[in-house]
Write a new protein. Sequence first.
Length: 65
Amino acid sequence: MAKSKRKKPIRIKKSNQGKLRKSTGTKKGEKVPVSKLRKLAKSKNPKTRKRAQFALNARRWSKKG
C-alpha cells in the first residue's frame, strides 16, 4: 500500500509576517490588492520582489480545479 503524502503548509517566520502588507500600506486584516502586488513584483528591492511574487503565487493555491 502506498502512503498518502500530505503536503505541509507553508510556514512564514513570525519576524517576516506582515512585512509585505506594511510595504503596500494595506490595513491589517485586508487583502493586498493584486495591482499593488504586480507593481511590487517589479521593485528594485529583491526582497520586496520575492515577497510580492510569493503572494501572487499563493493566491492561486487555495483555488480548486
